[in-house]
Ligand binder design. Structure first.
Ligand code: UDP
Length: 312
């Protein structure tokens, strides 16, 4: 049955893809974003979609856009460059913003899914990361504004589930890429793709031996939609367990773009996790989900977007 769904962070990379997926199913979607890192261009293709409306709104202030059946809370700066620049805003959206949206879910008896993160595991001693691992997070380091906001949000979501019986879900999202990944947000895939396409040197932080596991956006959104309809309230990892060193990732990007850029090494940012890979047993078992798109294919699918991004 078609629903009225609120998506916060709708103008962001993941939020906008989520709106598309929900609209494609016939739902009505209200997208909210304060545009501090989101981009209206990500929603431009929905301009004539009558089942979609956009409201520019900071969710840190209480708001109410009428009854909804479901809330996806995706509002937050998310790249290390953005959340370092917007540290206090990141803490606020992951605390006041989460509580405000949970209050709405409680008021309207709506389902609720919060976008959490692999950053909850910090620089992990357990590898691959299972949901039962509590993590190794520096609570006062440069990443703490993001990590602790997301960890607070998880606690808040569990509290509204336990004390107020809200039907909640927590997804721990691992590194994701694809079209609409902000071109200038400093993330590894966007940086290296754009550097390669411009024929500039590829910047590797540290020696490039740190690992990440990259999930293509359509796989991630499919997993999130399945989780939102499950009865699971505990966190579920959604990501691609195919693990790459950053240096290997750079070589893939050189191969796909045909670029001959050299690789230059820059200092490793403080507290940069040395490895990251999801254990997706829970998602496989509970949701019957697993990613389908391999890194090479996903980068190829993203190429046209990054080519267009450097043309503007
Ligand atoms: N990184 C890099 N070169 C860049 C941007 C990032 O080597 O131009 C590294 C970064 O230090 C980290 C990894 O790539 O080890 C992933 O960084 P990203 O900012 O994409 O996300 P994170 O997983 O750290 O949140």
């Amino acid at each position: 049955m078609s629903q009225r769904i609120l998506v916060t962070g709708a103008a962001g990379f993941l939020g906008s893809h989520l709106c598309d997926a929900l609209l494609a199913e016939g739902n009505t979607v209200v997208g909210v974003d304060n545009l501090c890192t989101g981009n209206r261009d990500n929603l431009a293709h929905l301009a004539r979609e009558t089942r979609f409306s956009f409201v520019e709104q900071d969710i840190c202030r209480p708001f109410d856009l009428g009854a909804v059946d479901y809330i996806f809370n995706f509002a937050s700066p998310a790249s290390p460059v953005d959340y370092s620049r917007l540290g206090v805003e990141t803490l606020l959206v992951g605390s006041a913003g989460t509580i405000n949206t949970l209050d709405l879910a409680r008021k309207y008896n709506a389902g609720y899914l919060h976008a959490s993160t692999s950053e909850c595991y910090g620089d992990p001693e357990v590898h691959p990361q299972v949901e039962t691992y509590w993590g190794r997070v520096n609570p006062i380091g440069p990443r703490s504004v993001y990590d602790e906001a997301k960890r607070f949000s998880e606690a808040a979501v569990m509290a509204y589930h336990r004390y107020h019986q809200v039907n909640t879900h927590l997804v721990r999202i691992f590194n994701t890429y694809g079209p609409r990944l902000q071109a200038n947000d400093g993330r590894v895939i966007s940086n290296l793709m754009i550097q390669a396409l411009r024929g500039e040197p590829l910047t590797i932080y540290g020696d490039g031996s740190q690992t990440r596991s990259f999930c293509y956006v359509s796989d991630l959104i499919a997993g999130i939609v399945l989780l939102s309809r499950s009865s699971e309230s505990l966190p579920v990892n959604i990501g691609n367990p195919d693990e790459w060193t950053i240096l290997e990732c750079a070589r893939e990007i050189l191969a796909i773009t045909g670029a001959r850029s050299e690789i230059v090494f820059k200092p490793l940012p403080q507290d940069d996790p040395t490895r990251r890979r999801p254990d997706i047993t829970r998602a496989r078992t509970l949701l019957g989900w697993e990613p389908k798109v391999k890194l090479r294919e996903g980068l190829e699918r993203s190429l046209a977007y990054f080519e267009a991004a450097i043309a503007v």
